[in-house]
Write a protein that binds this ligand. Structure first.
Ligand code: NAG
Ligand code: NAG
Length: 385
């Protein structure tokens, strides 16, 4: 019983060897066998002198004798190509080659020719087709805030034959703010790569809006969702006093979400003042970090700095704390003016870079112990108008 099975399997395998003429399809980058075996019926007492391979491919459109096998050696005729390897056995009249890292230029006809004395030149032919995998993707161009139209996102459909149709599905409120253009390139593999680019003004208004890239083709239809991202440094850094206790929060807006760090004049915080640092990982452009004073004592007096950072820049805001008993409002004003100077010099570079210069302000000064100031207070106001 098992013998019959074995024979059946051998018969099937042999049948396969004999249909070596059937096309073989390989994925780009893959490995294939170029089978070549002289049928038994043709080998009598004749002498096999040589096996040679010819090809006519996309890369070599003219017939090219590229490989010769004799009983002593197997070699490529014109220069080395490590992708071809002889894996047959000459004594068994087996001229099988292996081709690895196949590319689209390898597609074509391969002919294996036996030189037999005196019978002649029997040959087998195999057709190799190379398929290019379909690839679709949607990629951000990482636009930063601005008011000139720029590419916002691209959608790519590669490996399609015939070409894929690429378009965008856009919400009504975004329709008049974006446009798109498509660019198709026909590759040597006969497949087409289509890139659709969505353009628009990179404003906060379109930040985090959702769009969809729609790819339609004979083989598959696909919808790729994407959330538009407009990147910008921390713009508004606001310090607010909480209603309960001596707790302040610092909020900053930016994309990606800024990391917020509290310090006292650039140094570490006193032990009775705590501030857990936050990471800009959560969704939403604004988030806070708290600064908590456990007690009102003069040793925590000073200028506190809230710094917001992301990969596009940094920005800061200041909090002036004075818990000394009986600080007169004159002292307060003097300190506030000193604060002005620190802020102006500290933020001069930032402001200069942005093409304008403005003074930070001391907000409503009274006997309250704390005051806050931000180098871009006016910018905040402008933004909220
Ligand atoms: C020819 O050689 C290849 C590689 O060693 C092998 O896979 C194949 O089975 C051989 N063909 C025959 C008919 O023996
Ligand atoms: C289309 O893409 C090709 C290849 O990237 C580029 O050379 C060509 O300039 C593009 N054409 C347009 C109109 O963008």
């Amino acid at each position: 019983m098992s013998h019959t099975l074995l024979l059946l399997m051998i018969a099937l395998l042999c049948a396969r060897v004999q249909v070596a003429g059937e096309p073989i399809n390989v994925q780009e980058g893959g490995t294939t066998i170029l089978p070549c075996k002289l049928p038994k019926t043709l080998t009598g007492n004749e002498n096999l002198e040589q096996i040679s391979w010819q090809r006519k491919t996309k890369g070599k459109p003219l017939t090219d004798n590229f490989f010769t096998i004799t009983k002593d050696e197997a070699r490529l005729v014109n220069g080395p190509d490590r992708r071809f390897k002889y894996i047959g056995t000459f004594a068994e009249h087996n001229g099988t080659l292996q081709l690895s890292n196949v590319n689209v230029l390898d597609a074509g006809t391969y002919t294996c020719i036996f030189s037999i004395f005196p019978t002649g030149h029997p040959q087998t032919t195999v057709e190799i087709t190379v398929s290019v995998p379909l690839q679709t993707s949607v990629n951000s161009t990482r636009p930063t805030l601005g008011n000139k139209e720029v590419p916002l996102v691209t959608c790519t459909a590669a490996g399609f034959k015939p070409p894929a149709k690429v378009s965008w599905q856009i919400d009504d409120r975004l329709k008049d703010k974006v446009t798109w253009t498509n660019n198709s390139t026909l590759l040597i593999s006969d497949t087409t790569t289509t890139v659709s680019t969505l353009f628009g003004k990179p404003t906060k208004e379109i930040n985090r809006n959702k769009v969809q890239c729609v790819i339609i083709s004979e083989k598959q239809n696909e919808t790729l969702p994407f959330e538009i991202q407009i990147y910008y440094p921390p713009l508004n850094v606001n310090i607010k006093k909480q209603s309960e206790g001596l707790v302040f929060t610092c909020e900053a807006e930016g994309n990606p979400n800024p990391t917020i760090t509290w310090s006292r004049s650039g140094k570490a915080l006193p032990p009775s003042v705590s501030a857990p640092s936050t990471q800009g990982a959560t969704q939403g452009a604004t988030q806070g970090a708290t600064l908590t004073f456990e007690k009102k004592s003069p040793d925590v007096n000073g200028l506190y700095l809230c710094e917001a950072n992301n990969t596009y820049g940094s920005n800061q805001s200041f909090l002036y704390v004075d818990f000394s008993p009986g600080t007169s409002s004159v002292t307060g004003w003097v300190l506030c003016i000193i604060l002005f100077i620190i802020l102006v010099t500290g933020s001069a570079v930032f402001l200069y870079k942005h093409g304008y210069f403005k003074l930070p302000r001391c907000l409503g000064f009274d006997r309250e112990e704390v005051r806050t100031s931000s180098p871009n207070e006016e910018e905040n106001e402008n933004a909220s108008v």
